[in-house]
Design a protein around this ligand. Structure first.
Ligand code: PMP
Length: 392
């Protein structure tokens, strides 16, 4: 393959994925892999879900895209459905998680300006990840992603994650918003503590600071609740979604309450492809499948079983330091770099990912069952034996 024609932005593994169905993908030679990384949380309803395929096909045959200067049915209906699910009011559609966060940042800034804050500041957290555009890199709390790309936009203040005292100290009269992942993904699968989320709610109530929840990775059923914020009983003012929303098609959304959403008016923000009918039709099908197939409850149940089995594995392998996460967003932290374990799993037919150097991350489609978990863990166990033997 002509790989040299692509810029080298990803450390790709030696696998050409040719086909996908449910929780499995096949390479060009017909070899099957259990996909526990799911395009990094993209494939929550499984690969090529028939209802997503049908919705996309139907839309493509009618209209692919025209211009956001006109109305289309599928984005309007999708926005209505997201409002119903989230308790918020209005959506802005774009094409990725980074763009959804950019929109949220811009919305919060304008909201602040309109209330007299001329130097609006947004608090974000260490080990957070919000995207790779310059604005979202500035928000991201991991310097390694912005090395060589400075200067970054100003107006962000990074605070230690889950540290209530540091949060209160960081607030200034310029603070307009807090941007947080309720469960950090790229940072190594760290859920926010209840105490921390309560402190965020208090900050909103006391100082009128907007809460932006980045649920690009942890949202839409992955953690065993429809939105991760439901675990805490704390509502966002702005919610960002992407990844699994389109069932594999590119779509992002920034969803906000009426008063905040009003800070955007015609001409303030936009995206040529944002809210295009095909991606929105796919997203509507994804929401239907999540609901009608009970995938959120299934993620909670299968996730609890998976986590319990990972805990048992930890007892057998002391190189596993900790098992973290909720629902089907799980991390297994090792006492050493884990990339070679990822390759060993792949050779045995299981796709997983390593993040924050030492954390093996599991983000399988929510359609998996216990048998899939058992099969995956059998492979992880075999791979760990070789991983440890290689280290000796
Ligand atoms: N926010 C979070 C929490 C993410 O995990 C990611 C992607 N890993 C993004 C934002 C960026 O999404 P995208 O790659 O679609 O721009």
């Amino acid at each position: 393959m002509g790989k040299r024609y692509l810029m080298q932005n990803y450390a790709q593994l030696p696998l050409v994925v040719a086909r996908g169905e449910g929780a499995r993908v096949w390479d060009a030679e017909g070899r099957c892999y259990l996909d526990f990384v799911g395009g990094l949380a993209v494939n929550s309803v499984g690969h090529c879900h028939p209802r997503v395929v049908a919705a996309v096909r139907e839309q493509v045959e009618q209209l692919i895209h025209c211009s956001n200067l006109y109305w289309f049915e599928s984005p309007v209906e999708l926005a209505r459905e997201l409002a119903l699910f989230s308790g918020l009011d209005r959506s802005f559609f774009c094409n990725s998680g980074a763009e959804a966060n950019e929109a949220a940042i811009k919305l919060a800034r304008r909201y602040g300006y309109e209330r007299g804050k001329e130097n609006p500041e947004i608090i974000t957290f260490t080990h957070s990840f919000h995207g790779r555009t310059l604005g979202t890199l500035a928000a991201t709390g991991q310097e390694k992603f912005s090395q060589g790309f400075t200067p970054l936009p100003a107006g962000f203040r990074h605070v230690p994650f889950n540290d209530v005292g540091a949060l209160w100290e960081a607030v200034t009269p310029d603070t307009v918003a807090v941007l947080v992942e309720p469960v950090q993904g790229e940072g190594g699968v760290y859920p926010a503590t209840g105490e921390f989320m309560n402190a965020l709610a208090e900050l909103r109530d006391k100082d009128g600071v907007l809460l932006i929840f980045d649920e690009v990775q942890c949202g839409l059923g992955r953690t065993g609740k429809f939105f991760a914020f439901e675990h805490y009983g704390v509502r966002p003012d702005i919610l960002t979604l992407a990844k699994s929303l389109g069932g594999g098609l590119p779509i992002g959304a920034a969803v906000a309450g009426e008063e905040v959403a009003r800070a955007f008016r015609p001409g303030t923000h936009g995206s040529t492809f944002g809210g295009n009918p095909v991606a929105c039709a796919a997203a509507r099908a994804v929401l239907k499948v999540l609901q009608e197939e009970g995938l959120v409850e299934r993620a909670a149940k299968t996730g609890a079983y998976f986590k319990k089995r990972l805990e048992s594995l930890r007892k057998k392998f002391p190189c596993i330091r900790e098992v973290r996460g909720v629902g089907l967003m799980l991390g297994m932290e090792l006492d050493r770099p884990g990339q070679s374990l990822v390759s060993l799993c792949q050779e045995r037919g299981l796709l997983v990912n390593c993040t924050a150097e030492k954390v093996i991350r599991f983000l399988p489609p929510l359609v998996i069952g216990k048998e899939d978990v058992d099969q995956a863990l059998e492979i992880v166990e075999q791979a760990l034996e070789v991983f440890l033997a290689d280290a000796c």
